[in-house]
Write a protein that binds this ligand. Structure first.
Ligand code: PMV
Length: 323
């Protein structure tokens, strides 16, 4: 017998409050119209006794992994470790004769701060949940996908998996998770193409906050105030983008390249800020009356990898009919 489920979940943009959210402050986050799709197939082997096998295919990179589930090793790539963690959680439901097949494809760029790993974690848990419990219980899925995120990133705040699970826009802190009606039209994502490491940036901020306790606290509180204003006074969003960017710079996560891009945009009255961990990755810009080509022209000497306009506040984890 063959059983098959398909799910998808979105990437995200942190509009304000990244890093401060690690210290319990409120952040504003929105899901975006770029999704990761995952298909999980479980097939019972009816012929001679076999050991259970897991096959994983990443379609975008053409990578395939074949894992003998009766002989699990310690040396798998990190994404396979995440899959095996979830497999272990559902193991009691999986028959010894099962062949599991996971296929993944994604519209979310990897390592750009747009939530690709969280979408992967959420879809992974979502697939197993749907196949073995026949429902998508978001609370359970969010909780377990956070644990997968911890395998990938240490101790993240949980903002990425939460927005990918629930979708729309959220005010998020470790204590609060509240949907709000927040949408920005003409929000451009500018991918600097500079690789970044969330772990390294979070560590950098931790060092800063620990060695400058008073100043660190003040900055974190200012970031939270800035986020609250973004929610309550969205008409001031341009100014608030600039303020949040200044505070991120004080925390040490901007770079010369990022400052340069932001300065060029500012000369055209385009407000922009880091989204996510910083040190590279993506910026978001409020491009009220500029086209993608105009912004590209403006930034042509700055080695920009891509610019995209995205829909915000989209649906979270959902079941799909086609892969
Ligand atoms: O991995 P990124 O670039 O989406 O950054 C995550 C946001 C941080 O606040 C820097 C870390 C966290 O866990 O919230």
């Amino acid at each position: 017998m063959k059983r098959n489920v398909i799910v998808s979940s979105p990437g995200k943009l942190i509009i304000g409050g990244e890093h401060a959210v690690v210290y319990g402050r409120r952040a504003l986050v929105t899901s975006i119209g770029m999704r990761l799709y995952m298909q999980l197939t479980a097939e019972e082997q009816t012929n001679e006794p076999t050991s259970p096998v897991l096959k994983v295919s990443f379609q975008d990179t053409n990578q395939q992994h074949l894992i003998d589930l009766s002989n699990i090793q310690n040396s798998y790539p990190i994404e396979i470790q995440g899959i095996l963690f979830v497999y272990n959680h559902f193991k009691s439901f999986v028959s010894d004769r099962s062949q599991l097949n996971i296929q993944v494809h994604s519209e979310i760029p990897i390592g750009a701060g747009l939530g690709s790993s969280a979408a992967f974690s959420v879809c992974l848990v979502g697939c197993f949940y749907l196949l073995y419990h026949k429902t998508l219980n978001r609370e359970d899925i969010n909780e377990l996908s956070y644990k997968v995120e911890c395998i990938f990133h240490g101790t993240p705040s949980g903002i990425d998996n939460t927005i990918s699970t629930y979708g729309q826009s959220l005010v998020y802190s470790r204590a609060v998770k509240k949907h709000i009606n927040f949408r920005l039209s003409n929000l451009a994502i500018i991918d600097t193409g500079i690789p970044k490491s969330t772990k390294r940036m979070v560590e950098l901020v931790r060092l800063f906050v620990e060695s400058n306790q008073q100043e660190g606290e003040r900055i974190l509180n200012d970031v939270e105030r800035c986020v609250d204003s973004m929610i309550e006074h969205s008409e001031q969003i341009d100014q608030l983008f600039q303020e949040n960017q200044q505070l991120l710079k004080c925390l040490g996560v901007s770079t010369l390249e990022i400052d340069n891009i932001i300065e060029i945009l500012a000369k055209k009255n385009i407000s922009a800020k880091i989204t996510g961990a910083g040190g590279g990755g993506c910026l978001i810009a409020l491009t009220s009356c500029f086209t993608k080509d105009q912004i590209l022209d403006l930034l042509q000497d700055n080695h920009i990898k891509s610019i995209a306009f995205v829909e915000c506040g989209v649906e979270g984890l959902r079941e799909e009919q086609t892969f």
